[in-house]
Ligand binder design. Sequence first.
Ligand SMILES: *[C@@H]1O[C@H](CO)[C@@H](O)[C@H](O)[C@H]1NC(C)=O
Ligand SMILES: *[C@@H]1O[C@H](CO)[C@@H](O)[C@H](O)[C@H]1NC(C)=O
Ligand SMILES: *[C@@H]1O[C@H](CO)[C@@H](O)[C@H](O)[C@H]1NC(C)=O
Ligand SMILES: *[C@@H]1O[C@H](CO)[C@@H](O)[C@H](O)[C@H]1NC(C)=O
Length: 354
Amino acid sequence: MIGLFYIALLCIHQSLGHRAPKTEHEIEVQRALQAAAYHCAPAVESFTASRKRSWAQRALTGIPGLPGQQGLFSADTYADIADSAHSQANDDDTLMNCTPISETHIQNNTCVLAPEVTEGPYYHNEGHPIRQNIAELQDGLLLLLDIGVIDVETCQPLPNVLVDVWQANATGYYAGHPLPHPHLANVGPATEGRRRGLMPAYPRTVHEETWLRGAWPTDKNGVVQFTTIYPGYYTGRATHIHTKVYPEWSVIPENNTFKAGRLAHTGQWFFDEDMNMVIDKMHPYITNPIKDIRGRTRNSQDSLNIFQDSHGPEGKYNPIFKVHLLGGVLSQGLVAYITMGVNASASYDNFWKG
Ligand SMILES: *[C@@H]1O[C@H](CO)[C@@H](O)[C@H](O)[C@H]1NC(C)=O
Ligand SMILES: *[C@@H]1O[C@H](CO)[C@@H](O)[C@H](O)[C@H]1NC(C)=O
Ligand SMILES: *[C@@H]1O[C@H](CO)[C@@H](O)[C@H](O)[C@H]1NC(C)=O
Ligand SMILES: *[C@@H]1O[C@H](CO)[C@@H](O)[C@H](O)[C@H]1NC(C)=O
């Protein structure tokens, strides 16, 4: 049998409690998005299947090329998607034909969406470089992100939308926001209120740092890939990666950053608890300074209810990456997939800053 080892992570089906600090209006927006997304499920299934096949082929022929290196990831990486999507579609020529769900095996829970949640305190309004490899010199487990973006109104993939990502390093810090900071040295997490469990946001004191931050546009198939490391944890938050999606944006050539235009999505992605648990014990994750003090926050214990909120108002979204090994053993790294359904014509201010 083929030696591609993979770990299938199940979608979470249970309905999650909703205590999110969102307004009725915000929840209605989520419901509309979710309803629009249901009929995209078949398109998403075939989208994801093609991407998996493509990665499997690469893994079987050796170490796959890394996004952002040697131009290996051209826009043609997923040239086979059009064919396979077409063979599964009824009679339409479009890449992601929008087929109504008629098969009972396609559940409403399609492992597809990421609803709007807070951008948190570590977003930088400017200065995220346009690049696919965001790791710089950060040590950690190789992680390739494979992100598909579809428009829930049309079920079409969204080419040329800018996907902006930022995350903590292996021991839980964001570029530009180091600790110790003298006036926070002895502060503990909030014990009550909305920010219960969280430390005060670490101030940005190192303005030139850009590691684990970057943005790249989706290719013609609506796919974008990044090379990074598995994120570490910090007080009060489940392990996660942040994202924003901009349908309108422009490059600032002087410093290879971008000027953001309309914002269509702000979200956070998560990892399966079993995977977090294993990686926690690997170096350098094991050196996390809060390991023996507060430890890693489990998904279900996430502060500000963000993990639960990321499942949408009816608990039917799935913000957890599907993760596969890139090689024969974990230390060779992982590829993580997710498909985001976003409303391409929406224009959000961030819902709440948290
Ligand atoms: C899926 O969700 C839609 C919209 O809420 C609903 O009409 C439909 O009955 C649901 N289908 C299943 C199988 O739960
Ligand atoms: C990049 O260049 C633009 C235009 O000169 C400037 O406004 C912006 O502040 C620069 N960003 C960074 C992070 O240097
Ligand atoms: C994460 O970043 C912090 C702040 O720059 C740094 O002190 C720490 O060594 C980094 N962690 C790893 C594993 O490199
Ligand atoms: C998408 O956004 C547009 C513009 O705000 C809005 O009119 C439309 O209802 C939204 N569609 C869905 C499915 O949420």
